[in-house]
Ligand binder design. Structure first.
Ligand code: G3H
Length: 478
């Protein structure tokens, strides 16, 4: 089957012995765009074995050489931005310009990790025993950062390249090997990205990429005894992985319900721009999208009017045409979004635009007067529909934010920096943006969530904790 993309194992592109494939459906046409191999558990076992072997010698490869190879991979990735971005357009309906940006920022991140890794991983600590009560200066301890072994990376459909390299680059520079299981939507872009690492000349088996059905290899991968660390980004699956995984470090980012609190003294034009950018870019399919606006009643009418003016101007259509709003990833997702809208409508929310859907394409929609008995007040639509809750006090907004089972990011709009900082401190979330929309990037910033939004941190210098353990060498003076 020549038209099925091969998987990557032992430094080679292979056809699965299963003889089966998995279809990648184009969200726009709703037709099969690509096919990828449906790998078997036996093939996963082979990948694990070669990954384990490759890691042993990679850990002994000088840090500067590892960095050199990553710099090379980052550059190759950027050189191949066009074909990779084209896959993102076809597989996940990412607007063409955003697709290019995703690849470029990914290449930059790989290089940044190489550069930071040399400095951070190249340093250890020196401790002396008499700093702890009851001890004389008889012992010295040297610490160094040691790789964990084989890291399993599972990125989500919305950033199949960027959120893959966010896991791959730190793991590799720290001396680990890497097994990638890309999402089905986005698998071909991920395979192209892996090819860039292949071209950079990494040793055989150091990086592998297995594709297939979650039902066949999902649990098998995450519960595999050969895995020493899992880095996952996605939805509820992460919670079930955390329950099933063995005693290994986990880094997870599992979505959010990012609240945008708007105070009465806010710059409403700025707030409206950030709400539209934050809520509707990539059709709301970002974990950091603004997912609920909490605006004080006195400025609510003015803010809603400004947001609506901008929503009307969003272009709706195909990702190839670089439209602002493009089809959401699957029919399942469209139906879920629609159900949230219908629930809110039935319970009395004001639909500021007419609800419109054609296939997976959902027109942008602002829902005003949303109340906490509506599902959309709490659930994450991952689509171009944004609820507005009018609040009587800032405290009410903070309470709503903290009542969520998510705690990824959020934002607050006010001209009073002291109030902004007080509110930020009170919001139980990973990151608060003051007078700007939530966003992960720049990619070297720490990115982490509380509660059901995840465990551990992504970013450049913050992720090392997940990729290494601290080994101590103690010398006793006699
Ligand atoms: O969906 C999660 C992404 O990591 C968010 O990245 O804020 O740069 O869109 P972004």
């Amino acid at each position: 089957e020549n038209d099925v993309f091969k998987y990557y194992s032992e430094g080679e592109w292979k056809v699965s012995s299963s003889g089966k494939s998995v279809q990648v459906i184009n969200p726009t046409t709703r037709k099969t765009q690509y096919k990828v191999q449906a790998c078997t558990q036996e093939e996963v076992n082979q990948v694990m074995e070669s990954s384990r072997m490759a890691q042993k010698s990679w850990a002994k490869t000088p840090l500067w050489k590892r960095a050199e190879m990553l710099h090379k991979a980052g550059a190759i990735l950027k050189d191949h931005k066009k074909p990779i971005a084209e896959c993102l357009v076809k597989e996940i309906a990412k607007p063409a310009t955003d697709a290019l940006t995703e690849v470029v920022r990914s290449g930059d991140f790989v290089s940044y990790c190489a550069e930071e890794g040399v400095r951070i991983l190249g340093k250890g600590e020196f401790l002396v025993s008499d700093s702890f009560p009851g001890n004389d200066r008889t012992k010295y301890c040297l610490t160094s950062k040691v790789p964990l072994g084989v890291v399993l990376a599972i990125p989500p459909f919305n950033y199949p390249v960027n959120l893959a390299v966010s896991k791959i680059a730190p793991a590799l520079i720290a001396g680990n090997s890497l097994v990638l299981k890309p999402p089905t939507q986005g698998a071909v872009a991920a395979l192209h990205m892996v090819h860039c690492f292949h071209m950079a000349g990494f040793p055989k088996g150091l990086i592998s990429c297995v594709t297939g059905k979650g039902s066949e290899i999902g649990d098998f991968l995450t519960m595999h005894p050969g895995i020493n660390c899992i880095s996952f980004t996605g939805g509820d699956t992460g919670i079930s992985i955390s329950k099933k995984a063995g005693m290994i470090p986990l880094q997870m980012e599992l979505g959010g319900k990012d609240a945008c609190i708007v105070l009465d003294d806010a710059d409403l034009d700025l707030a409206a721009s950030c709400i539209v950018k934050g809520g509707f870019s990539y059709s709301g399919q970002r974990c950091t999208a603004v997912k609920v606006v909490l605006v004080v009643e006195s400025v609510a009418d003015a803010l809603v009017k400004k947001v609506n003016e901008k929503v009307e101007k969003l272009s709706v259509g195909a990702p190839e045409d670089d439209c602002d709003i493009t089809p959401v990833v699957t029919e399942f997702s469209s139906n879920f979004i629609e159900a949230l809208v219908m629930d809110a409508k039935q319970k009395g929310a004001t639909l500021c635009q007419e609800y419109r859907r054609e296939g997976n394409l959902i027109w942008p929609l602002l829902l005003d007067n949303v109340r906490s008995d509506m599902r959309i007040a709490w659930e994450e639509p991952f689509g171009p529909v944004l609820p507005v809750i009018r609040i009587n006090s800032v405290e009410e907004g903070i309470r709503h934010c903290n009542h969520s089972n998510f705690g990824l990011q959020g934002c607050v709009f006010t001209k009073d920096i002291n109030r902004a900082i007080q509110i930020s401190d009170a919001m139980e979330i990973g990151t608060v943006q003051i007078n700007s929309a939530p966003a992960r990037g720049p990619d070297h910033f720490p990115f982490q969530g509380l509660k059901d939004s995840g465990i551990g941190s992504q970013g450049s210098i913050f992720v090392w904790e997940c990729c290494v353990f601290y080994a101590g060498l103690i010398v006793e003076k006699r």
